[in-house]
Design a protein around this ligand. Structure first.
Ligand SMILES: C[S@@+](CC[C@H](N)C(=O)[O-])C[C@H]1O[C@@H](n2cnc3c(N)ncnc32)[C@H](O)[C@@H]1O
Length: 278
């Protein structure tokens, strides 16, 4: 089979198995196995693939068709222009979270800010901010040791281990310092909504997905805890689930935060909340 035929048949197989963007998935996997960029593939479309090249590809295509996320198969994901390791130890970072990071970057006035990322997962928020602000002091906490291991590996790969420290904490329980910015993308899916999730999403760890019976309990609790760990005028920046912003904005007001506002993601849902304390 030529390379083009392989891409086409993998794409057709993915389509049959209800994989979104089947052609793109096929190109990514073929490029990964052949150690090429996606663009390089176009120069080799007429080349016949050898059995040694086809065998690992068949396995990858089967696993993808069975719902294994593309990012797990590739082992990496691009986030805010950086490449992160990605596997089942933590949630696959989502494009909405890149939007959160972009907004947060625009709010950082002091380049030496002290920043805390709560529920850091693979460390994408903490490490992207550390890369953008070389003078900032960044910490990431998570309740999952698996996620923290992955975050530390990502820090090492990006040469940021000296500047970003990751440690275990249930929300802010083990955090004893104060910060100019606390940012969090915590789990926000309601336990009862499990059946609505795709096969790919269900490969994320449960601890990264489910936030309680209503979904917003952990975010609510962080809003309660954060004032004790924010410097005067410090910012709390949150990613929340669709339909949760109204209730959580009220909690921010009740807890006496100020300059409270929300922003939509690119698809129009209100997903990001910001507020200052003190
Ligand atoms: C939605 S994932 C987000 C991961 C990462 N921040 C991102 O944006 O890709 C939520 C993360 O919060 C962590 N988490 C869940 N409950 C927590 C808690 N009580 N305290 C701290 N982290 C928690 C999970 O382990 C998971 O890594």
């Amino acid at each position: 089979m030529t390379l083009l035929e392989v891409v086409q048949s993998a794409a057709a197989y993915f389509k049959k198995h209800n994989i979104e963007s089947p052609r793109l998935n096929a190109e990514h996997l073929v490029a990964h196995v052949l150690r090429r960029t996606r663009m390089d593939l176009y120069l080799e479309f007429e080349r016949e693939l050898t059995e040694a090249e086809l065998a690992p590809l068949r396995e990858m295509v089967m696993r993808r068709a069975q719902g294994e996320p593309l990012q797990h198969l590739l082992g990496t994901v691009e986030f805010c222009g950086l490449i992160f390791l990605c596997d089942k130890r933590a949630m696959v970072p989502r494009p909405e979270t890149e939007e959160l990071v972009e907004i947060v970057e625009s709010k950082i006035e002091n380049r030496q800010s002290k920043i805390l990322d709560v529920g850091t997962g693979s460390g994408v928020i903490a490490l992207s901010l550390a890369a953008k602000f070389p003078e900032a002091e960044v910490r990431g906490v998570d309740i999952s040791e698996d996620a923290l291991d992955l975050a530390r590996e990502n820090a090492a790969r990006l040469g940021l281990s000296d500047r970003v420290r990751f440690f275990r904490s249930n929300l802010l329980q083990n955090v004893d310092r104060t910060f100019d910015l606390i940012v969090a993308n915590l789990p926000y899916i309601a336990a009862q909504d499990r059946h609505t999730l795709s096969r790919e999403v269900l490969r994320d760890p449960d601890v990264a997905l489910f936030g309680g019976a209503h979904g917003d309990e952990l975010v609510h609790e962080l809003i309660v805890q954060a004032p004790a760990r924010l410097r005067p005028g410090g910012i709390l920046a949150l990613e929340v689930g669709i339909g949760q912003s109204e209730g959580l904005l009220s909690v921010l007001a009740e807890k006496k935060y100020r300059d409270i506002y929300s922003k939509n993601d690119y698809s129009g849902g209100t997903r990001f909340l910001f507020a200052r304390y003190g």
